[in-house]
Design a protein around this ligand. Sequence first.
Ligand code: MG
Length: 220
Amino acid sequence: MKTIKIKNKDNEFPVGKILCLGRNYIEHAKEMKAEIPSKPVVFLKPSSAIIRNGENIIIPNISKELHHEVELVIVIGSGGKNIPAKDADDHILGYAVGLDMTLRDVQNEAKTKGLPWTVAKGFDTSAPISDIIEKDKISDPQNLAIMCKVNGAIRQKSSTSNMIFSIQTVIEYLSSIFTLETGDLIFTGTPEGVGLVNSGDIIEAEIEGFIKISHPVITA
Ligand code: MG
């Protein structure tokens, strides 16, 4: 079972389900030539996809086009069903930075054929994640600078203020469909600037001023 931990603490939390949003930043939807969604676009990753800071991201041999997507991750502390937006904060343990690693060629083929994204989004090592920053350490989670670098060069840099669906709205929406449970993760979507990574690259993802992860990319 995969676990994550709170920064500077020892106890490990088992990871539950991983809910992910697509197209939650306007500029990313535009670069994908996709419609701006009127309700959240949702997909899942299995918890087996999790890796922790420093571990290798492995490009599976079914793909020649691995993309980075840096995202703010919400960590659920106490679960619930039909959580109103105004109560969402009570259910959050904290936040982390994650990478929604995506096999873009496999995803594009699935989109074309009207098939699910599960393989493109859920393969082993597709969910690198940092330790958790407890929510009381972050005064405004809707105003965090998130960034992704490849080999030291900035590829993505945005603010969580640019999300289409806010953290509270996302929790209200998702909990109306899926019962949220302790240890569930919500990847909240990526800003613009997604792009290719190759074997030998180093990807860094960061919530500026709070936490950072760094991962080598290798081939299977
Ligand atoms: Mg994403």
